[in-house]
Design a protein around this ligand. Structure first.
Ligand code: DGY
Length: 313
């Protein structure tokens, strides 16, 4: 298998990098001094791309690799992979579902608690010595709140289960109602937002869900509502989110993802009702290894002509 060329697009995990290096001929896209020279000399020797949430496999990259057979993404979300084009060209695509579900759902609950209970703000209050001079302000209770989930897939369902243990009532919106689900379904995201205290974005990013959280939805969530996003930044119209937070039309936000990562709108830095994370919902030691093992397992299965472990295309 050492003869197989694998192009890694981004330095996503040193454990993964090591595993790929031990098993295949590994090329690192971010390390190339001269990309044109590299592609002219090596493109024909690359059978696989390992992409991330930052750089996947767009049409341009796919077209520059004539021997490409498979894209194995180190992520569950595949918005950075041109799935339709892969399908058209017969290129297989895999992702890393299930192994990261718990961590992403845990992070969603963490963001809810951190935002409502002002956990990061309280930490800053103690560290800065302000506690010696002042009382910390009251926060907002999480237990018993109405949680709305946009996208009741694996991750959305795991968030719902966790929120249930806080005695929250759960409702959701997704493309199709899930008849087997016990949670209340709303046929539109606006209806969902109007009927919850905390709206959690947990769906896949597609052309249909880009900017699904727009001004109308934010206004429907209202000045007591909190938005939590562990999906993709582009689900949210970020300019509208920032202005709603600055103008007090939304109570707060817990955000793991942003529209133009790693750029984060600077207006958010001055807001105590906002908790920001650097897209790390699945980034634990355990899950990073499990995701990496799945990426390598999919590549091995493909090159051995075995069934893929987690095929998408
Ligand atoms: C993924 O893997 O797509 C997610 O960004 C994890 O948070």
């Amino acid at each position: 298998m050492e003869a197989m060329g694998v192009l890694m697009t981004y330095p996503m995990s040193s454990y993964l990098e090591q595993r790929l290096q031990n098993r295949f001929t590994l090329f690192r896209l971010w390390n190339l001094p001269n990309k044109t020279h590299f592609f002219n000399h090596n493109a024909h020797n690359i059978q696989a791309v390992v992409g991330s949430t930052h750089i996947g496999a767009d049409r341009e990259l796919i077209d520059s690799l004539p021997a490409l057979e498979i894209v194995s993404s180190f992520s569950v979300g595949l918005d950075k992979v041109d799935l339709a084009y892969c399908k058209e060209k017969g290129i297989r695509v895999t992702n890393t579902p299930d192994v990261l579900t718990d961590d992403v759902a845990d992070t969603a609950i963490g963001l809810i608690l951190a935002t409502l209970r002002r956990i990061c703000e309280g930490d800053r209050f103690v560290r800065s010595g302000l506690w010696k001079k002042d009382e910390f302000k009251l926060s907002v209770k999480f237990s018993g709140k109405k949680v709305g989930i946009l996208g009741l897939g694996r991750i959305g369902t795991a968030i719902a289960k966790r929120a249930e243990s806080f005695n929250c009532s759960i409702s959701y919106h997704s493309r199709l109602e899930k008849p087997e689900s016990k949670y209340k379904y709303y046929p539109s995201v606006i209806k969902l937002a109007s009927n919850c205290d905390i709206l959690v974005v947990a769906c896949a990013l597609t052309e249909q869900t880009r900017h699904i959280i727009n001004r109308e939805v934010i206004d429907a969530l209202g000045p007591k509502g909190v938005l939590v996003n562990i999906g993709r930044g582009a689900h949210v119209d970020e300019r509208e989110l920032v202005s709603a937070l600055v103008e007090g039309r939304l109570a707060g936000a817990g955000l793991d993802v942003f529209e133009h990562e790693p750029q984060v709108p600077e207006e958010l830095f001055g807001l105590d009702n906002v908790v920001v994370l650097p897209h790390v919902a699945s980034s634990t030691v355990e899950t990073e290894m499990a995701m990496a093992d799945l990426v390598v397992g999919n590549l091995e299965a493909h090159f051995l002509k075995n069934p893929l472990l987690t095929p998408v295309v």
